[in-house]
Design a protein around this ligand. Structure first.
Ligand code: TRP
Length: 437
């Protein structure tokens, strides 16, 4: 798989609302259609257990969220769509990562720290109400990501730290056991809107200001009618700035519709009329999905079958990879020789800088890549000290210094600038794995 792997999880602890749709579901479904991308979407039900102790709610939420994503157009034949708890390799990898994650790193996780701060400021014990599950949240999340070698993880701002932690864990693992894990990057989409809720604050379950995504049409109309507006009378010009109604409209309307609504605001459209337009506009986008959502909800066995098929695809990747990971940490058959190929790989994969005196009596420097191929080669130099700046630049992975001394390099079959770029990338990679310890 040479394509970009994009992975994201959705905690199954509630019902999807319109804000989730605009902020996460719609952009993710669009992104999953990009060519050259292998997307992984999963229902993070192990994560849900951290917050929710009601079995029926976990099950209900899993069903609703799965139906929502499918109704919103996620194509389970194109993406890998699965339930976290169907992949036993994830908790196994969680344990491997647990064993190399500093407790201090987890102490600094925002979600845990916020709970501790709250406890202390209300006069409670620091860890009151904190389960080990909450504390370990970032490790489970790292296992989700690293299991499938994801390059990119689209998340909200609040999750960036978790992705950084996953990188740290991957680097620690690679340092100890060889370069098996991919270092992921957070992808925070600046263009994605956060939708305001009924009271104008960000739409969020914790503010109790949400609009249900697949409410029946008449309920949606009622919810829109309940949107808070100011008290300007019909005929009075209205401000689009700071208007929740306008913002939500914009999230669903075309450019032209938005422009027309802007003008209607300036001309004093009545709030009731604006709400009718908003309702019709949301409903136009949601109605076809609502039909498919209701159909799916009436057939949970279909969703179950889709998730099982997704789990099979996911495990086709996870099972052999986990076997490799188990072996690399030393959990392996006793009659297998200790020289596992995966264990041998890391040493061989490190680039090397070599200095030597050749039969012509001149001194040379060369850079050998992880596969033993010649990456850069110097001209013959009279004295070892002539080679010193080149050696230092290579050891430091210093791009500027390397450019400065490029005249000491011999021409290669490939373009020298390309070779320099490759060499630096390779040296930088080596550094990343080094600083992790
Ligand atoms: N923690 C994420 C959230 O609450 C959900 C999640 C779990 C996740 N595992 C993940 C997101 C892995 C991205 C990648 O939003």
């Amino acid at each position: 798989m040479s394509e970009q792997r994009v992975l994201t999880g959705i905690t199954t602890s509630g019902s999807p609302h319109l804000g989730n749709y605009v902020g996460a579901i719609r952009p993710a479904v669009r992104a999953s259609r990009e060519p050259g991308v292998q997307s992984f979407y999963f229902l993070a039900d192990y994560h849900a257990l951290i917050k929710v102790g009601e079995p029926a709610r976990i099950q209900r939420s899993t069903l609703e969220i799965a139906a929502t994503w499918l109704a919103a157009g996620l194509d389970p034949d194109k993406v890998i769509f699965y339930r976290q708890s169907d992949i036993p390799e994830i908790p196994e990898l969680t344990w491997f990562l647990t064993c190399l994650t500093g407790k201090g790193l987890l102490n600094r996780a925002h979600a845990y720290k916020a709970q501790v701060d709250k406890n202390l400021s209300s006069g409670h014990e620091a860890d009151a109400e904190v389960t080990a599950g909450l504390f370990m949240y970032p490790v489970l999340m790292a296992a989700d990501i690293l299991m499938f070698k994801a390059h990119r993880v689209p998340v909200g701002r609040d999750q960036i730290q978790h992705i950084e932690m996953a990188r740290d864990m991957a680097a620690s693992f690679n340092h100890l056991y060889g370069p098996l894990l991919v270092l992921p990057e957070a992808a925070v989409e600046a263009s994605v809107a956060t939708l305001p809720g009924l009271d104008g604050r960000k739409m969020s379950k914790s503010y109790d200001n949400t609009m249900a995504l697949f409410a029946p049409r008449e309920l949606l109309r009622k919810q829109v009618a309940g949107l808070i507006t100011d008290s300007r009378a019909p005929g009075e010009p209205k401000a689009t700035e700071g208007s929740a109604l306008f913002e939500i409209y914009q999230a669903f309307a075309s450019e032209a519709q938005t422009q027309a609504m802007r003008e209607a605001f300036a001309h004093g459209i009545a709030w009731g009329e604006a709400k009718d337009l908003l309702f019709e506009c949301i409903d136009a986008e949601i109605a076809p999905m609502r039909a498919s959502y209701e159909d799916l909800m009436a057939h949970p066995e279909r969703i179950e079958a889709i998730l099982q098929a997704g789990a099979r695809k996911a495990r086709e990747l996870a099972t052999p990879f986990m076997a490799q990971l188990r072996s690399s940490v030393g959990l392996r058959s006793l009659h297998q020789p200790a020289t596992q190929p995966v264990k041998a790989a890391p040493k061989a994969a490190l680039p090397q800088v070599k200095q030597y005196k050749d039969t012509d009596g001149l001194f040379y420097v060369k850079l050998i890549d992880g596969q033993g191929r010649l990456a850069l080669q110097s001209l013959g130099l009279d004295h070892p000290r002539d080679a010193a700046p080149l050696v230092t630049a290579l050891h430091d992975g210093d791009a500027q210094a390397l450019q400065l001394h490029a005249d000491l390099l011999a021409p290669l079959a490939t373009d020298l600038q390309d070779a320099l770029k490759d060499a630096l990338a390779m040296l930088r990679l080596q550094k990343t794995t080094k600083i992790s310890k």
